[in-house]
Every structure is written in C-alpha cells, then in structure tokens.
Design a binder for this molecule. Structure first.
Ligand SMILES: Cc1ncc(C[n+]2csc(CCOP(=O)(O)OP(=O)(O)O)c2C)c(N)n1
Length: 277
C-alpha cells in the first residue's frame, strides 16, 4: 500500500472514531471500547478491501460484513454513514425509538447483513452465507468479526468446524484481540490460551496483524484472500478504547459514560490525531 492510501485510510479510521464518540455523546452509556478497537479494520474493509456498491447496497455481488460482536454496532454505523448509506442526521438519533440505528445491528439499516448481538452466532450466519454464495457461483466474500470474549461461546466452534469441513475459502473471520471483555480482562474471566493454535487445529489458516496498522490489516486480508481450500482467520492485535488516552485498555469504557469533561477531552484527542495524519 502506498503512503497516500495509508494516510487516507488512517484518516477514515479517525473519522469513524469521531462519529462513534458523537453518537455516544455526554452522560449516556455507549460501547466505546470494542468499537474503537475496530476503527482501522472497518476503514480498510469498507474503503479498500471489500467490494461495496455505494449506489446499490443490496447489489447481489457485494461482499458481506457481519459484526458478530454486535454490541460494537456504532463503529459499523459510523462506516456505513461515511459510505453514504443513510443521512448523517441518523447518527444523532442513534438508540432512540424513532431513529434508524438501534443498539445492535438490524436488517432495517442499509449495509447491515445480519441481526447480531447475541454473541457466538455471527460465524454460523457467515458459514451459511458463504455456502450459499458458493452454490450460486457468486464471487462475493463473507467477512465476520468476532470478539475475544466471544470466543467462549460454544456455537462459534461448531461454526469453525463446519467452515473448514466445507472448505469455505470465501470466508474470512477476524478476531478483535483487544484482551478485555465486558467487565475485565478476558484471560481472568474465561481464559482460552493459544487461540491461534486452536483455530489452526480446527482447520483454519491463521495469521496475526497489528490491528491499528491499516497497511498490515490490508496485507492480512490479501493473504487471507489467497488461501485456497480452507477459511482464514485474521487475529487483530488491538487496544480496547484505542484513540482516547484515559479509555485505552480500561474495561469501564466497554459500555461506559463520558461526562462533559471527559467527552471534551476525548474529542480533542481524536481531533489532534486526525490533524496529525
Ligand atoms: C450470548 C451473549 N452473552 C452475553 C452477552 C453480553 N455481552 C455483551 S458484550 C460482552 C463482552 C464481549 O467481549 P468481547 O467479545 O471481547 O468484545 P469486545 O471486548 O471486543 O467489545 C458480553 C458478555 C451477549 N451479548 N451475548
């Protein structure tokens, strides 16, 4: 990836974080942590790697992105808004009953491919879609994003076995390895050592990239795309809450509240990062 493209995608990632923080606002709980850890990945997917059709979000040959960790919906809304899939005003009405954007992904939102939020289910949905696309000889690819806390869900491992059994090389999964789940560190709550070896043992091609380096993420996706005869997993080495100093690597901001002072500081920090690109 050339330097201009790298900077462009990094700027998109910063913009997505700003959108998320605006949606959360002051004095209301919102999933900052697990949204911000995915900013670079969604910037690369939607604005570089995925086949998207801005004029026709339902184009049958579009690539599909499923956010299995559906509680991080705000980062997906942030990206879909930048793609122009719905008016920016919707961001202000997020999580209100008269708004388009609810707390978890819903099929009423253009660009959302599956209802998610009950952890562990997104990969099963992705396996079904990847199988159907292959049967239809449709060249579209399926991308599924899971959390590290989510790895304790049993259904996910059934889906992992099915994907390798069916040799789904049109399926790429991501594991947002931010090391924190809802209430604390993942290894303290439900430790699953050697995740990479476990996924390999389930028949997947596995690679790990710096999840805040847009060029590394793009390279990982390319590598995954080249794998034949089995699905691929890209482990994203990330920091939960990335981009706002006091919220980085802190479980409180999984679904935390920004008071006015903190909100202002967070916005200033994000603006400074955007400027620095
Ligand atoms: C089946 C199920 N159990 C519990 C929850 C509640 N819950 C929401 S987010 C979360 C933690 C998820 O952690 P992780 O997958 O690491 O997500 P991230 O830290 O990346 O946000 C939990 C337990 C849920 N959404 N679904």
């Amino acid at each position: 990836m050339n330097e201009a493209k790298r900077r462009e995608l990094q700027a998109v990632a910063h913009q997505l974080r700003c959108n998320v923080l605006e949606m959360i606002g002051i004095g209301k709980a919102g999933h900052w942590g697990g949204s911000s850890s995915l900013a670079e990945t969604l910037a690369v997917l939607y604005f570089h790697a995925m086949r998207v059709d801005r004029a026709d979000p339902k184009n049958p040959e579009r690539d599909r992105l499923l956010l299995s960790k559906g509680h991080a919906a705000l980062i997906q809304y942030a990206a879909l808004c930048e793609l122009g899939y719905f008016p920016r005003e919707e961001l202000k009405r997020v999580k209100s009953l008269d708004g388009l954007l609810q707390g978890h992904p819903d099929l009423t939102v253009p660009g959302i491919e599956a209802v998610t939020g009950s952890l562990g289910q997104g990969l099963s949905l992705g396996v079904g879609m990847a199988l159907a696309l292959r049967l239809d000889k449709n060249p579209a690819r399926v991308f599924v994003i899971m959390g590290d806390g989510e790895q304790s869900e049993g259904q996910l491992w059934e889906a992992a076995m099915a994907a390798s059994n069916f040799k789904l090389d049109n399926l790429t999964a991501f594991l947002d390895w931010n090391k924190i789940q809802a209430t604390g560190r993942t290894e303290d709550i439900f430790s699953i050592p050697a995740l990479d070896a476990k996924w390999r043992a389930f028949g997947w091609d596995v690679l790990t990239v710096d999840g805040h380096d847009v060029a590394a993420i793009a390279g990982g996706i390319e590598q995954a795309r080249a794998v034949r005869g089995r699905p691929a997993l890209v482990i994203l080495d990330t920091v939960k809450g990335k981009g706002v100093s006091f919220a980085e690597d802190v479980a409180t901001y999984h679904n935390g509240i920004f008071d006015e002072t903190r909100f202002t500081q967070a916005m200033q920090e994000l603006a400074a990062r955007k400027e620095a690109v």
